[in-house]
Design a protein around this ligand. Sequence first.
Ligand SMILES: C[S@@+](CC[C@H](N)C(=O)[O-])C[C@H]1O[C@@H](n2cnc3c(N)ncnc32)[C@H](O)[C@@H]1O
Ligand SMILES: [Zn+2]
Length: 355
Amino acid sequence: MNDLKRDYQDLNLVCPLCKSRLSAGECSFTCTACGREWPLQQGIVNFTVSADTYWGEYPEDVMDGLILRCREAGWKTALKEFFAEKDPPYYDYIVKEDRAGWHFIIPLHRDVRVLDAGCGWGTLSFALSKIYREIVALDTVRQRVQFIDIRRNSDNAGNIFPVHGQVNYMPFPDEYFDLVVFNGVLEWIPCIEKEKEPCVSQMEALDEARRVLKKGGHLYLAMENRWSAMNFLGFRDPHSGLRFAPLLPRSLADIYSRRARGRDFREYTYTYREHRRMLRDAGFTGMKFYAPLPSYRNFYYILPVDSPSVIRFFLDHLVSPRNNLQSFFVHAANLFFLYRYARYFVPDFSIVARK
Ligand SMILES: C[S@@+](CC[C@H](N)C(=O)[O-])C[C@H]1O[C@@H](n2cnc3c(N)ncnc32)[C@H](O)[C@@H]1O
Ligand SMILES: [Zn+2]
């Protein structure tokens, strides 16, 4: 029997659609209630529901080539050959485990089970596996799940369990995890579920996160701020590549996006208040907002934005402006007490909430 298949049985996975028990066959799992089959494909059970779930910076055939090379030469060599010289920031993004440094802000002991939802290449999963008991790494891209499987075997990271599925149809039982992580994921979900309103599929994902969390469990959510100062200053939105699009009413952003790139604007981000409302509506409480700086993808600081005194200390002592524009902002922030409003305009949010 395939190792991953045995793992799936140990994990007590359930049907992503009706959440009933699965029975294991030779080449698939079958739901004991709705009868839906979840097939084994290239050693990985496919628990995805939507028609086309590929997502990525590179085309699918490049990713298949990478997986092949990982099997031949090992994941480190393959990653170096594919990205180290051609795309150094991407290479760093895949290998830099200090991206999981935010875990210090969540009061958790070591003996917990964590879900890295939309885990990508598993960068956070591998970092967190050195701290916590068990990590389940869920992603909708088969090649990423295969990469994690190859890497965990080569690194002897036996407490990581890669699963190929979608965050809004999770194949996990209720109240299963102590921590659910959404790091740079929520904004991308609508791009896979094209038939639904973006905020509907995002809300479904948060509902699923709440369902699989134990009572009192933590959600960690990191993504861009819709009202980021960068958006007001006309920098390109990192998701759509369009300037000012996140700031517009959604219907106008749609028109603009259709003209500029021939498709709807679906990569919804949210403001400070919208995030609070959305998480409250999804049943979370005790929200704490942080600003990872310069960005949640690669940060050196993580500031509690609801504490103006911390923001002021940061501006007074830790920022050394590198140009006139930056020193103008720092002076203006102090002169007009703007640091009190910093929470609304920081680039990104890291949010900790509880079930
Ligand atoms: C920007 S990457 C972030 C990866 C990872 N969380 C990290 O921080 O390194 C977004 C990831 O979300 C995954 N994703 C997007 N929509 C998803 C969905 N509906 N279900 C599961 N994964 C999804 C993509 O395949 C991609 O790997
Ligand atoms: Zn079912």
